[in-house]
Each structure stands twice: as structure tokens, then as C-alpha cells.
Design a protein around this ligand. Structure first.
Ligand code: AOF
Ligand code: ZN
Length: 417
């Protein structure tokens, strides 16, 4: 199963919107007979590739894979049928398929044909690897990771510096250097690689002029979509993001001046208008305005309840932005903030996971930029709770990874934006 997971990880960047799946076939004698992993363009599911490699040796053998074999006709025929046909005696799977079209039916098919099924081997590793898939396939909105690099005291930048040259762009980075180490920043590139889109506020572009590309050096099926929240289309035409746009930059605004829109579109930048976030006095969760719940039915016939939350800052409604990105088949979004965007995302409750890097430095001072600015939660009881914490070391830095929402939780479907 370790090997199956290792194979599945080779598909990162290559499988979305499909899950990361790796498979190993051992023959009757327990010898390695075949292995494979899924890529979207390769079409075939991991277990099919592994069984093809095993050929006749699959008969009476054991199939290890990190996801339940599928039972439905999708772009390919049901894998469970192929497993039965190949004469596999035992299937060891790490987890159930969160896809409502499968979810248990694959196992049922196998068991119905007399195959031994062993479930939940290395389950938590497997669930972590496909956390984004679980969210997307059940809600059709992307899995959102909030990433930031900061000092021990939670500052993402020193106080803004004034007049560092003819253009302010790049001034912050040039003036202050990096907070986190090279090791931490290299790891952050792997987060970019694992996501379909990266999201920042226009303030970050104006301050740092970042390129926002995936520089992990690993190949990916689709370019990383660079999403810029820019309510009034302030994005400088001279910024590196605009200069390098090749239909991989999407600007989300709330009011688009037609000439400005055309100028951006002429440079290969897509512009979308999204309605304003509902205005409220403040955004703490306990004060969220619960409007009449809207009931609709999911594909599985399960009723889900939608509730509106406010982010209350007059900027594009992030829940709606996420819905729109889901329609564009964006399965995962990495938010690389700016203090206001970080807060807006927390306030709108769209963040599923955090990945926060800490450098052993202290900036202090009320003028330096906090990780999340804005209104903040007003009570300890309202604070965003992070669960399933994992700690990582990167050189002299460390990082905290954890979940604000469990993408597998049944009730999670009910908050389906
Ligand atoms: C994969 N790769 O190795 C396995 C998957 O449209 P299809 O036919 O590609 O089906 C996609 C679904 O198949 C996917 O959502 C998941 O539920 C199931 N299993 N998918 O892409 C694989 N085993
Ligand atoms: Zn399949």
C-alpha cells in the first residue's frame, strides 16, 4: 500500500479533476506482477494499468490500491468488473471512493463476485492525498488551502515602505527580502504544483509584483490558473502577471469599467464580474446572517441545505467566486493572501485547509502587516478551529498544516456553498 500511495503521488499535477490513484498487483506467490498510476490524459484507471502489466499473473493475485475500484461507467468502463474478470482474489484498498457515483458500490460488486475485500489500510494517508478530490466531487466547488509565510509573531511583512522608486511595484520584496527560508519557499512551490489555481488580492500584485507561477519543476496537465481578486480593476498593465498572461490569468472584479476590461482582455487576461459580498456590520461567524436556507437536491437525491454567510467587506463574494471556479473545473485553490484576502477568506468560511510557514523571527510593532487583517473574530469561541494538525520542518523554519473543514465529513456536504 505504501508503494501504491507512492505511485499515486506521481500523478499530482496530472490527474485533476480525477483523483490520485496508484495500484500494485502481486501474483499468487506474492511477487510483484504489475503497477500503475492514473493520469487524466492517460485515461486508464490505475488498477487497469497494473492489471494489464500483470497479465495472466493477476489471476489468484492481490490488488493493492489507495481508492476503491470504481463501479460506474465514466470515461472508462467500471474497474470493479475488470478486477473480477482478471480473476483477482483479494483487493486491499485504503479508502472508499468519496465520489457519490461509486461510494461503496465498487466494494459491493467485488464482494458479490466472491473477492476478499480489505478496507482502510493506510486510510488517513490516503484520505489526505485526495482531500481536494473529496471536496470537489461532492460539492463541485474547489478545495481551498490558505498558505502564508510569516514571522513567529504572525507578521507577513514589515510596515509598508514609502517611495522606493518610480514604481511601487516590487518595492516590498526588494525592501524587506524574504521572511521564510529557501527550503520553505521551495516547499511552497509543491503546494502550487498540487493546486489548480492560485489566488491573491491585487494589493499583493501592486506591492510585490509576483509572477505566481508553478516553479516546482514538475510537469502539470493544465497551467496553474492565476486568480486575482481586484474589485475595481486596478491590476497594473505593466505587472509581470499581465505581461506573462496566456489565458491563465483570471481577474475577479465587482465592477468592471469597459475600457479597462478590454485593455486586460487584449493582453490575454480573462475578466469576470462577481456580485459583491453581502454587506454586514462585521463578519464574525456567530454574527453571520442566516438567511432562509435554500433547499436543493444533489445528484444522489440527498437534500442539502445552503446557507448564506456574509464576508461584509464590499468585495466580490468569495463563496460565489469559489462556485464560479468550480464551474470552470477548478478543483483546488491555493490562497497566497495578502492580509485582507486572508481575512476575507476566513470570514467567508471558504478555507478548508491551512498551510502556515513560520520563520524563527520576530517583527513586532503595530505597523507591520499581520497574517490576517480586517475585522477578525470577536470572541475566542468564534475563532477558526484548526484540526488534524501536522507539523513540518523546512531548514530553520517550520510549518503548521491542518483542516478547518473535513472534506470527508458527511455534514460538510450541507455547507456546499
Ligand atoms: C480515476 N483514476 O485510477 C480511479 C478512479 O470518468 P472516469 O471514467 O475517468 O472516472 C472517474 C472516477 O472514477 C473518479 O471520480 C473516481 O470516482 C473513480 N476512480 N478514477 O480517475 C483511477 N480508480
Ligand atoms: Zn476505475
Amino acid at each position: 500500500m505504501q508503494r501504491a500511495l507512492e505511485l499515486a503521488r506521481q500523478g499530482v499535477g496530472l490527474t485533476a479533476p480525477n483523483p490520485h490513484v496508484g495500484a500494485v498487483v502481486l501474483d499468487k506467490q506474492g511477487q510483484l506482477a504489475g503497477e500503475g498510476f492514473h493520469t487524466y490524459d492517460g485515461l486508464k484507471h490505475a488498477e487497469i494499468l497494473a492489471m494489464e502489466q500483470a497479465g495472466g499473473r493477476a489471476r489468484g493475485g492481490t490488488l493493492y490500491l489507495n481508492l476503491e475500484p470504481c463501479s460506474h461507467q465514466g470515461r472508462t468502463a467500471p474497474c470493479a468488473d475488470a478486477v473480477i474478470k482478471a480473476g483477482i482474489a483479494t483487493v486491499v484498498a485504503a479508502m472508499r471512493d468519496p465520489n457519490p457515483q461509486v461510494s461503496g458500490r465498487g466494494f459491493d460488486k467485488l464482494q458479490g463476485a466472491g473477492i476478499d475485500v480489505v478496507e482502510a489500510v493506510l486510510r488517513s494517508e490516503a484520505r489526505k492525498l485526495n482531500d481536494w478530490f473529496a471536496k470537489y466531487i461532492r460539492t463541485k466547488t474547489p478545495f481551498v488551502t490558505l498558505k502564508a509565510g510569516m514571522t513567529l509573531d504572525g507578521k507577513i511583512a514589515p510596515p509598508a515602505q514609502v517611495s522606493l522608486g518610480p514604481t511601487a511595484m516590487g518595492a516590498a520584496a526588494a525592501g524587506s527580502g524574504w521572511i521564510t527560508s529557501e527550503e520553505a519557499r521551495a516547499h511552497a512551490q509543491t503546494l502550487r504544483h498540487a493546486n489548480d489555481a492560485i489566488m491573491v488580492g491585487v494589493g499583493t500584485i501592486v506591492a510585490d509584483d509576483p509572477l505566481l507561477t508553478d516553479r516546482s519543476g514538475l510537469s502539470r496537465r493544465k497551467p496553474l490558473l492565476r486568480v486575482i481578486l481586484d474589485s475595481q480593476l486596478r491590476l497594473p498593465l505593466t505587472s509581470r502577471v499581465v505581461a506573462s498572461a496566456q489565458n491563465d490569468v483570471l481577474v475577479i472584479c465587482s465592477m468592471a469599467e469597459e475600457r479597462r476590461r478590454q485593455e486586460l482582455e487584449a493582453r490575454g487576461v480573462q475578466v469576470e464580474q462577481v456580485t459583491l459580498a453581502p454587506i454586514s456590520i462585521s463578519a464574525p461567524r456567530s454574527k453571520k446572517v442566516k438567511q432562509m436556507p435554500v433547499r436543493r437536491r444533489t445528484g444522489t437525491g440527498k437534500p442539502i441545505v445552503e446557507e448564506s454567510r456574509t464576508s461584509g467587506d464590499g468585495r466580490p463574494d468569495l463563496r460565489q467566486v469559489m462556485r464560479r471556479l468550480g464551474e470552470l473545473e477548478i478543483t483546488s485553490v491555493l490562497i497566497e493572501g495578502g492580509a485582507l484576502v486572508n481575512w476575507a477568506a476566513l470570514a467567508a468560511d471558504v478555507v478548508d485547509k491551512i498551510f502556515l510557514y513560520y520563520a524563527p523571527k520576530i517583527l513586532a510593532g503595530s505597523g507591520s502587516v499581520p497574517f490576517a487583517a480586517g475585522g477578525g473574530f470577536h470572541q475566542l469561541s468564534e475563532a477558526a478551529q484548526v484540526k488534524d494538525i501536522a507539523l513540518h520542518r523546512f531548514g530553520i523554519d517550520f510549518a503548521v498544516e491542518g483542516y478547518i473543514h473535513d472534506p470527508y465529513e458527511e455534514t460538510n456536504v450541507h455547507r456546499a456553498n
